[in-house]
Design a protein around this ligand. Structure first.
Ligand SMILES: Cc1cc2nc3c(=O)[nH]c(=O)nc-3n(C[C@H](O)[C@H](O)[C@H](O)COP(=O)(O)OP(=O)(O)OC[C@H]3O[C@@H](n4cnc5c(N)ncnc54)[C@H](O)[C@@H]3O)c2cc1C
Length: 465
């Protein structure tokens, strides 16, 4: 196993769970496994460095938590404040109730929101009559949403909401690869509004709510943060030999075996699972399969920074009761989004404090990240001060940088992944997984990691999984 992020750990766990006799070794470059999932404590603040919750709509993360006896550590988001905001002319306006990315389950909420002009609303409603697209080739997020809902709904709602997840350029983000459920809604129902209204009863029942923003009722988080999930998983991997600070530099196929080089030492294995970012996997594989290596190199990455800020609530004049906000590119601000960790999960800061995370950079504002930490903090403080009318300065701040951490599912991504899978299938005892291919969320990473493990188990001798 190469790479000890959640994808690699899930794969290792599946191998061990399925065959107790397998000799599994995991090579991780960093000082600790977990990849981007890291939790820090600063006095009474609990800080997530990257992901802070995961959806239960896709089952794999929750399933894994149950299997490792960690499900009792999962908490729901704070029910009282399940709403998100969008910035419009410097003010925080609630996302219309029931509006999840592109699926509006409550039309009256869209028709009464101050986020859209009367003309924008009219064009939004006309979505019901927009001709269904017959062409099957990939379409960008921008083209899809402008075609169906009009430019204003795209600029003011869809771009910021989706941008907050993928940190992507909407003109390049592939609908088929990143948001295929909406493509399916169009082809099945002819209209997303119609599809959303049909599915409304079901969704509400599943979510137990009609929240504003993401379907927050479907999300859970480890009480003590993502780091505790990694620790629980590591505790279950007692038979896996984990080598930290052991970057793998090369992987070649020799005499029906995989020969792996790390820190100048070579070892051979019957099978290998590569669970690295595609840009890290590419150079490793240049000798084993030059074509695969080139295909992997075509997956690009965006960078982001998370600026963590903690305030005394008394200093905040416009305190909003919600989980956070997203910023449309059209607002010309220097931040992408803000998340109020201590409102989402109240025990993450004392009651009289606000713990916030401000997201910056992404594909559209990559230049900003050239600034140093003090400058980034200054920008985040200014922006938050303006939006929340904060009188004082944060009593705690920290910049967390994620360089080349967000894989970009650009137009043609699915075709590229199909070619990668074709190369993978040509090599015996080889599987590749991670967030670069078919899902960036934690549940998808876990599900895909487990699938890679099952693939290897089948190849190793038709063992029952
Ligand atoms: C800021 C941010 C916020 C996010 N928020 C959410 C969220 O709220 N909910 C959600 O579901 N998802 C979220 N995600 C996405 C999700 O967290 C990631 O997609 C997922 O954790 C990636 O896991 P991974 O194992 O595929 O990759 P990684 O975590 O990147 O792990 C790859 C591992 O490989 C190691 N490695 C690299 N090179 C080598 C080498 N040569 N040899 C050995 N090891 C190597 C790295 O050190 C790393 O540990 C977020 C991501 C980010 C960055």
């Amino acid at each position: 196993m190469i790479g000890g992020g959640i994808s690699g750990l899930a794969a290792a766990h599946r191998l061990q769970e399925s065959d107790a006799d397998l000799d599994v070794q995991l090579f991780e470059a960093a000082t600790r496994p977990g990849g981007v999932l890291q939790t820090e404590k600063h006095e009474d603040l609990l800080i997530e460095r990257s992901a802070d919750m995961f959806t239960t709509r896709e089952p794999w993360a929750l399933d894994l938590c149950r299997r490792i006896g960690f499900d009792d550590q999962l908490i729901n988001t704070n029910e009282a404040d399940r709403r998100a905001f969008v910035v419009r002319s410097g003010r925080l306006i609630p996302v219309p109730q029931g509006f999840a990315l592109m699926s509006p389950t409550k039309l009256t909420a869209v028709l009464t929101t101050p986020l859209l002009s009367p003309l924008g609303k009219l064009r939004f409603l006309l979505e019901i009559f927009v001709r269904q697209r017959r062409e099957t080739e990939d379409e960008s997020l921008r083209d899809f949403s402008v075609r169906r809902f009009g430019k204003e709904t795209f600029d003011r709602l869809i771009q910021p909401l989706v941008g907050g997840i993928y940190t992507a350029d909407p003109e390049k983000l592939s609908m088929q690869a990143a948001l295929s459920q909406f493509v399916a809604m169009e082809s099945e129902h002819g209209s997303l509004i119609r599809a959303a209204r049909k599915g409304r009863g079901q969704q509400q029942k599943a979510a137990g709510e009609l929240s504003s923003g993401a379907r927050y009722g479907q999300f859970v988080a480890p009480r003590e943060g993502m780091g505790s999930l990694i620790t629980a998983l590591l505790n279950k991997l007692e038979r896996t030999r984990i080598h930290v600070e052991s970057p793998v530099d090369q992987l070649v196929r020799r005499e029906q075996q995989w020969c792996l080089t790390s820190k100048g030492n070579q070892q051979t294995f019957d099978a290998v699972i590569v669970a690295l970012p595609a840009c890290r996997a590419a150079p490793l594989l240049s000798e084993a399969d030059a074509q695969l290596s080139q295909l992997l190199d075509r997956i690009t990455y965006a960078s982001a920074a998370v600026v963590v800020l903690a305030y005394h609530r008394a200093e905040i004049q416009r305190m909003v009761q919600g989980f956070g906000f997203v910023v449309p590119a059209a607002e010309n601000r220097r931040i992408l989004a803000g998340s109020f960790s201590s409102i989402k999960f109240p025990h993450r800061a004392p009651n009289d404090r606000l713990l916030a995370r401000v997201f910056m950079g992404g594909a559209l504002q990559s230049k900003l990240l050239e600034q140093d930490d003090a400058e980034l903090t200054g920008i985040a403080v200014d922006e938050l001060q303006d939006l929340l009318e904060i009188a004082g300065q944060p009593y705690f701040s920290k910049v967390i940088r994620w360089n080349h951490a967000m894989p970009q599912y650009h137009l043609g991504h699915q075709e590229l992944v199909a070619r990668i899978r074709e190369c993978e299938s040509q090599m015996e005892g080889f599987a590749i997984t991670g967030n670069a291919y078919s899902g960036v969320g934690i549940p998808m990473c876990i599900g895909n990691g487990e699938r890679a493990a099952e693939q290897i188990l089948r190849q190793l001798g038709d063992r029952v999984v």
